[in-house]
Design a protein around this ligand. Structure first.
Ligand SMILES: *Cc1c(COP(=O)(O)O)cnc(C)c1O
Length: 341
């Protein structure tokens, strides 16, 4: 297939409309067959559940062109499972997991011309999402829903080389202890916009959120999980019921253990001990791992020995191995790579 004439290396990170999107509607207790359509606009009631009470959830994943020219996606079964978890917590109907994976594959295949070529550094970002679409005025779940998948090509995350981030310990909270922090709900992002913009206005890249109950333990940032490396090369990642279970983080933990032979601890991490770590990174689909160089805790600085110029050595190895698996250069564990074409 002829690729679109796109300057892949200079793509940014914004939404660009592509040709086809998948849409399925839920009505009278059942999902319809769904279809690929060309219209990128959504028309819903002015009183739709999503507009009044934010009944929506989403997923984020990517498609890649591998070294041998296949188009693949990474562990879509885990996105399907996580979306099911999100839907249940938000009283939304579950879109069956096998149909979720099929819809993702169909949407990517229909937009094959937008899948960036191997080696370009660009990828195809995939956004499955669901929202309550019929009118709701008393507070209750909608009775009609729309499940959609669109794709948009995105540029290399680290343009012009990796730049370690400077983050700050936030005075705001991301997720209440028994709230919705563990699901991918739009509402978790709505309330994070003010704290992230405040962080940017003060010169920081991200917020480190603490556990709201004691404000002593590291949770995550607005959209990425933490991964630390100890001075003796142990990988440590925070455990909490209000962290969003990042698929990237879970995969990196497996890579650390099974590919790099490193010890891994998933446990509560106290802010107090962060100064003793050798490396720090943020895990998510967008960047895989963004290295953190510096954490500012109300004026007190924690500077990691890996510095502000490059990734630390263990995080670099984790990054290289996981991206190698995604791009087909390194043998993947059973079931991690779903070949679309
Ligand atoms: C999506 C998300 C992540 C990253 O998850 P991945 O599955 O690795 O992309 C981390 N934290 C939050 C709050 C998220 O919404």
């Amino acid at each position: 297939m002829e690729k679109k004439n796109i300057d892949w290396a200079n793509l940014g990170f914004g939404y660009v409309q592509t040709d086809k999107r998948f849409v399925s509607n839920y009505k009278d207790g059942a999902w319809d067959e769904g279809a690929l359509i060309s219209d990128a606009n959504v028309v819903i009631s002015e009183c739709a559940g999503v507009l009044q009470y934010s009944q929506s959830c989403f997923e984020g994943m990517k498609a890649y062109t591998t070294e041998d020219g296949h188009i693949v996606t990474f562990r879509p079964d885990l996105n399907a499972q996580r979306m099911e978890d999100s839907c249940r917590r938000l009283e939304m109907p579950v879109f069956p997991q096998d149909r979720f994976v099929d819809a993702v594959c169909q949407t990517v295949a229909a937009n094959e011309a937008y899948v960036p070529p191997y080696g370009s550094g660009a990828t195809l970002y995939i956004r499955p999402y669901m929202f309550g679409s019929d009118a709701v005025i008393g507070v209750s779940p909608a009775t009609e829903y729309q499940f959609r998948v669109f794709v948009t090509q995105v540029g290399p995350y680290f343009k012009g080389g990796v730049k370690p981030l400077t983050i700050r310990v936030s005075d705001y909270d991301r997720a209440a202890p028994h709230g919705t922090g563990h699901i991918k709900a739009g509402l978790n992002y709505a309330m994070s916009l003010y704290p992230i913009m405040e962080a940017h206005r003060q010169g920081f890249d991200e917020n480190l959120y603490l556990d709201p109950a004691t404000r002593t333990k590291v949770e995550e940032t607005g959209g990425a999980n933490f991964l630390f490396v100890t001075k003796d090369n142990k990988v440590v990642t925070p455990k909490s019921g209000s962290i969003l279970p990042s698929i990237t983080r879970r995969s990196l933990v497996a890579v650390a253990r099974d590919y790099l032979g490193l010890e891994v601890e998933e446990r509560e991490v106290y802010l107090e001990e962060v100064k003793d770590f050798a490396e720090c990174g943020l895990c998510g689909t967008a960047a895989v791992i963004s290295p953190v160089g510096r954490i500012n805790d109300h004026g007190k600085e924690i500077c990691f020995p890996s510095g502000m110029e490059k990734m630390g050595p263990v995080i670099q190895k984790l990054y290289d191995t996981l991206t190698g698996i995604q791009m087909g250069r390194i043998q993947a564990p059973e079931g991690w790579i779903k070949v679309i074409k």
